[in-house]
Each structure stands twice: as structure tokens, then as C-alpha cells.
Design a protein around this ligand. Structure first.
Ligand SMILES: Cc1cc2nc3c(=O)[nH]c(=O)nc-3n(C[C@H](O)[C@H](O)[C@H](O)COP(=O)(O)OP(=O)(O)OC[C@H]3O[C@@H](n4cnc5c(N)ncnc54)[C@H](O)[C@@H]3O)c2cc1C
Length: 392
């Protein structure tokens, strides 16, 4: 494994870091306090070419490799996880799915405006009664003349209130379970589509999160992404890219924790000396650095495998599991280094903890990642419950 970044990758990463320092960080605290989605920032991400960075240039993307995409996400994640969420959802879940599964017409219609930040997209998989068990969804798509009628609900949908297009996963035949799922590209101004903001989140307070409702919503055949029955595959391929993006963002959180802690510990004096001079404080900083570097290497490995075009589901789950759990641990440790000062938002570390907390829940919980890793190691799928006495 060649760990050297190319000059172009270094440059893109440095540019993203500068953008994060100069443009993103100065506005984060206010949006977080106001619990307000920063539309101007979201559009700016598009202008910078950070939405749809790996999408082919002919569709408005930058045609970058996954390693470079991960480096951008890391830098934005260090500054603001809500902004990083815009990139992850728009790029990995929405653009990634349209580019891989869409018809030429669907790609031409949606990708340029999504990559530029002119429009936003959301990914509607989770429902009130269907989370880790996505195949149990209740949203139904019924065949009508020339198209489909969709009824149902989605829950916890990032960008759901600001999106112009929603990827909606629906069941076409409950008897077929996951083989009956289909995915639709639904313009959000379609009659029967409504969204509602979800308030009161622990973190990601300036990220837009919605519940969606579909009430007799009708879409033409051309709205179908891929084929009927491919919905589950589309969702899993999107989540594979999404997990990579979340993991890269969490490396950014770990890095931010190290940076803030070193700055604070070398400045803050107790017992007449900077607290960085105490071995127990250095131990906390060292623990964060080890986690950050290990997470970064795991993300790099997953990105390199994706760029080679070889299967990377397990390596992506390993990176996601480790990076997300590490982000929470680093943020918690960074607050400890800051003492009482870490408990208020004058420093970024309390926000890091609140924002990191969701990353072990969404795009597959840590338990689901462990089961994916365990399945690859043992050949036994332990995600589905086994009835007592079942063999195998
Ligand atoms: C802020 C936020 C943004 C989100 N954005 C989106 C989005 O844009 N689009 C979208 O579709 N969804 C989104 N989600 C939903 C997210 O992906 C789900 O919350 C996640 O998949 C977990 O589902 P659940 O919450 O229903 O938990 P559940 O599936 O009910 O899980 C509850 C607990 O049971 C455990 N568990 C479940 N099944 C198993 C099993 N087989 N073995 C062991 N343990 C198990 C889980 O690990 C967890 O600890 C978002 C969620 C949040 C909070």
C-alpha cells in the first residue's frame, strides 16, 4: 500500500483546510446555537466543487478519486459536521446513486444541479418502524397507468426540507421482502409530497433533518432509478459510499480534537506551568493522536480499494466503525483536556462530542458494522435473527 499522497491530493486537501478555516469555522457556532441550516454555506460547498467531487466531469462533478474526496470530507468534517453532512448526503448517497444506477436522461437532469449546489437531494430509506432492518419498510409503490403511486413515511431524512429531489425507497410487493424494493427519483414539488422539520437533536443542530410523508404521490415510469427489485442493492451501494464519507469526516473530528487540545494545553497554566507539561495531559493527547492516525489509515485503505474498483465493503465498515467510535472518544477526551472550558461552546470540543454522537448510529449502527465485519470473517450472517434450533 503506497501511503504517499500525490501533489494534487496534497494541494486539494490544503485548499479545503484553508477554506474550512477561513469560511466555515467562523460561522459554525452561530448556526449551531440558532439550530439553523446554513443554506449559504451549503451553496458555497457546491461552488467550491465539494458536492459531487467524485462525479464524472461530464455531469458537473470534478472526476476526483475517492482518496481525494475523503481528504476534502476530512477537512470539512474538522470544521463542521453539519456542512460535512451536506457533502456526504449529496455526494455519496444521492449523486453516487444517480451516477451508478441512473439512465442518461436522469443523470443529465439531476447531477449538474446537485454538483453545483443549485439544488439539493435527500436519501429516503429509514422509516419510523424500519431502521437497521431496511427491508421491512412499509412505504408502498403501486403500479398505475404509466407510472407509480407512492404512500408512506420516512424518518430522520437529512436535507429533507431543503431538497429538490428525494430518493424514495418503496416496497412494490411485500411478499418479495428486500427483492421487492424499488427506488424512485421524486421531485419534492410533486403533489402528495410533504416534509416536516425534526427539532431537539443532541448534535448536528444546524443540519436539516426531516420526516417525509407521501400521500398518493404519483410519479411516471421515468422516475424509477434502476429496476424494480434493485432498490435494496441501490441502498446498500449508496451506504457503502456514505459510510466512507462519514468515516472521513470523523477523522476530521479527531484531528480537530488534537488541534484544539494541543493549543489549549500549551496555553493554559495550572500550578505555575502549562498543563501540557503534565504527563497525564500528554497521555490524553497521545491517545487522541493514535486514534486519529489509525482512523486516517483505515479510511485511506478503504478509499484506495474503491479507487482500484475492488470490493471494499468490509474495509469500509472497519473504517466507519473505528473512525466514528474514535471521534466520540477523542471528543470526550478533548473536553477533559479543556476542563470546565470544554463544557461551553467557546471551544469546538463540546460540539465535536454532540456532533460525533450520531455517527455511530446513522449509515448503519456500530453493531451493524460489527456484524458485517463478522460475516466476512466467519461466513455466517448474524444480522438476521435466527429462530431457536435453526441450523447453519
Ligand atoms: C441525525 C440523523 C440523520 C439521519 N439521516 C438519514 C438520512 O438522510 N436518510 C436515511 O434514510 N436515514 C437517516 N437516518 C437514520 C439512520 O440511518 C437510522 O437511525 C439508523 O439506520 C438506525 O436505525 P434506527 O434508528 O431505526 O435504529 P434501530 O434499527 O431500531 O436500532 C436500535 C438499536 O438496535 C440495534 N440493532 C438493530 N438491529 C440489530 C441486529 N440485527 N443486531 C444487533 N443489533 C441490532 C442497533 O445497533 C441499535 O443499537 C438519520 C438518523 C439521524 C439520527
Amino acid at each position: 500500500m503506497d501511503l504517499d499522497l500525490t501533489d494534487e491530493q496534497e494541494l486539494i486537501s490544503e485548499t479545503a483546510r484553508r477554506f474550512a478555516d477561513e469560511y466555515v469555522i467562523p460561522r459554525v457556532r452561530e448556526s449551531d446555537r440558532a439550530q439553523r441550516f446554513d443554506l449559504e454555506l451549503a451553496r458555497k460547498l457546491g461552488e467550491m466543487g465539494y458536492l459531487g467531487a467524485p462525479v464524472a466531469e461530464q455531469y458537473g462533478g470534478r472526476g476526483l478519486d475517492h482518496v481525494t474526496y475523503g481528504l476534502i470530507v476530512e477537512q470539512i468534517g474538522r470544521a463542521d459536521s453539519a456542512a460535512r453532512t451536506v457533502i456526504s448526503v449529496q455526494t455519496s448517497l444521492v449523486c453516487g446513486s444517480v451516477e451508478r444506477w441512473g439512465t442518461e436522461e436522469q443523470k443529465q437532469r439531476w447531477l449538474p444541479q446537485l454538483c453545483s449546489g443549485e439544488a439539493f437531494g435527500c436519501f429516503g430509506l429509514t422509516e419510523p418502524d424500519s431502521g437497521s432492518d431496511a427491508a421491512s419498510m412499509r412505504t408502498r409503490a403501486e403500479r398505475i397507468d404509466g407510472g407509480w403511486r407512492i404512500n408512506g413515511q420516512k424518518m430522520w431524512i437529512s436535507l429533507g426540507n431543503v431538497a429538490s429531489v428525494a430518493l424514495v425507497f418503496a416496497q412494490t410487493d411485500p411478499e418479495l421482502a428486500h427483492r421487492g424494493l424499488a427506488c424512485f427519483l421524486v421531485p419534492t414539488d410533486t403533489p402528495g409530497f410533504s416534509s416536516q422539520e425534526i427539532h431537539g437533536k443532541l448534535g448536528l443542530r444546524s443540519s436539516d433533518t426531516a420526516s417525509l410523508a407521501f400521500d398518493g404521490l404519483e410519479v411516471p415510469d421515468e422516475a424509477l432509478l434502476g429496476e424494480v427489485g434493485q432498490g435494496f442493492k441501490i441502498a446498500m451501494s449508496a451506504l457503502d459510499l456514505g459510510r466512507y464519507s462519514v468515516a472521513a469526516g470523523c477523522v476530521g473530528i479527531c484531528d480537530g480534537c488534537v488541534e484544539a487540545s494541543v493549543a489549549y494545553a500549551t496555553e493554559r497554566k495550572q500550578f505555575g506551568v502549562p498543563i501540557a507539561g503534565f504527563q497525564l495531559v500528554q497521555a490524553m493527547i497521545a491517545e487522541m493522536i493514535v486514534k486519529r492516525d489509525a482512523a486516517r489509515l483505515l479510511v485511506l485503505r478503504a478509499g484506495m480499494l474503491k479507487d482500484k474498483g475492488v470490493p471494499s465493503t468490509t474495509e469500509t465498515s472497519i473504517a466507519k466503525l473505528y473512525a466514528t467510535e474514535s471521534a466520540i472518544e477523542c471528543a470526550n477526551t478533548a473536553i477533559q483536556v479543556h476542563g470546565g472550558a470544554g463544557y461551553v461552546d467557546d471551544h469546538p470540543v463540546e460540539r465535536y462530542l454532540r456532533d460525533a454522537r450520531v455517527t455511530t448510529l446513522y449509515e448503519g449502527t456500530s453493531q451493524i458494522q460489527k456484524l458485517i465485519i463478522g460475516r466476512a470473517a466467519t461466513g455466517i450472517d448474524a444480522i438476521l435473527p435466527r429462530s431457536p434450533g435453526a441450523d447453519g
